[in-house]
Design a protein around this ligand. Sequence first.
Ligand SMILES: [Zn+2]
Length: 169
Amino acid sequence: MLRSIVRYGARELQMPAARVETFDATLQTLIDDMIETMYAAPGVGLAAPQVGVAQQVCVIDLSVGKRGGELLALINPEFVERDGLQLEEEGCLSVPGFSATVGRPSRVVVRALDRGGVVRTIEATGLLARALQHEIDHLEGRLFLDRLRGITRDILVRRIRKLQRTGKW
Ligand SMILES: [Zn+2]
């Protein structure tokens, strides 16, 4: 089932999400819905707070469903290692129509549980490393806007506020 994606300004996007403790049917439905919603958007990643669920769950698929085996569903993800630096353009399904260059580590190692509750370790560079950091940021209540420096961030936020005021957000 498709879920609606909340946008910048929603409280859910600013709160740290809770760790998942039970791997029940509700969790499996949430993950299936998030995958469907991500592909429909379309997007390469989606975190549970973006569909209004304050739990540490995110899905990533850089191929947006076009290549098998690239889909990741991660629960309670944590960084084990982070190094290097990459500067790339980044956007977010909760901040539609806006993007900015964000500096992030270029390589990460993440430990997470898969949807069956099995521990998985993922080493990633480039775009996948960026996607993992973007989604884990969501689980900590952070948006890519929060990673921008003062003026760049202020300009984007002012433009979004204007859209909000005029009912176009
Ligand atoms: Zn996002």
